[in-house]
Design a protein around this ligand. Sequence first.
Ligand SMILES: *Cc1c(COP(=O)(O)O)cnc(C)c1O
Length: 388
Amino acid sequence: MSNTKFETKAIRTQLNRSENLEHSVPMYVTSSFVFEDAEDMRASFAEEKERNIYSRYSNPNSSEFIEKVCLMEGAEDGFAFASGMAAVFSTLAALLNSGDHVISSRSIFGSTHSLFNNFFPKWNIGHSYFKCGEEDKIEGLITPNTKILYAETPTNPGVDVLDLEYLGKIAKKHQLILIIDNCFASPYLQQPIKFGADLVIHSGTKLMDGQGRVLAGITVGSKELVDKVYRFSRITGPALSPFNAWVLSKSLETLAVRVDRHCENALKLAEFLEGHEKVNWVRYPFLKSHPKHEVAKKQMKAGGCVVAFEVKGGLEAGQKFFNSIKMLSLSANLGDSRSIVTHPASTTHSKLSVEERAETGITDGTVRVSVGLEHIDDIIADIQQALG
Ligand SMILES: *Cc1c(COP(=O)(O)O)cnc(C)c1O
């Protein structure tokens, strides 16, 4: 399987067939597994053989999902979680000790930001942020206790792009563990391990599922680091359910075709908005006007499903636009087959001050669209009438 193309791996990686010779892999909805005899059980618990014991540790459906993502990301091993945040928390908690320090991009998922600010201080784990566009300041933030460099690209909801190759070089030079949350790009568009990432995290809830059905998370990367994450997680219990793993593994079979269409639609929407009189600016990585367009082209296959733009007229105009939307969903999710609009300043990021919002690339009139798989003419028509 390793010398086949991405789409083929996504479809043809599957568990061995049972005696029923099923074509599509069945669900292993079981909490535990049985042993042949006392010796089998002893050897299994002693980890002398690799086999399923209990679904908190491993389950065939999770293993299939993990194997696919490892092949897609070029990773050695992985562990699957009940949500993206379970993956973020468990990965960081498994690797960090009291007194350690993390350097992170400021433009990260809101709950990850809360983790750094509201919970890690309890365990004496500190952090420093760098702003997107100020990557040259990262080295100045390094302390003797810095252990991890953490980032997301493209960022949410500002759709900034960070240079993965540059982050990889800094991490290597200072022996930091580079962790990339690759959820916005999906493994189809971007594989951070190629650029030096040690671990890659995904919320499977977004493009991987792609239909807004299940929560899931996954961490993949080097065997050595994943083993630490696994040891922590098999004890603390954030494992993905077999049902959700089964759904996710099926979803990955169509990831490439779905993401191709998401990107095609998103680029068309971005181009439409760029010429619109009621729009101040549009940010999409594959628009030539994007400040990091060249970096995006170097590390991404296409621009992703998220387009950000600013409606002229600030907060009031942003909310008015939002209220005028007819077909698109008003929701906080993204990477769904249904297009979704959010107005971060009055919703997801309303608790931040104007300055804090500016640091993550959000102005009062910023609108984020997760472009779905409806016909592009209908998506544009809804946005056009709402702008009017
Ligand atoms: C949604 C998201 C998460 C968290 O994932 P959940 O599955 O909602 O827990 C983490 N990082 C990014 C970039 C996300 O978009």
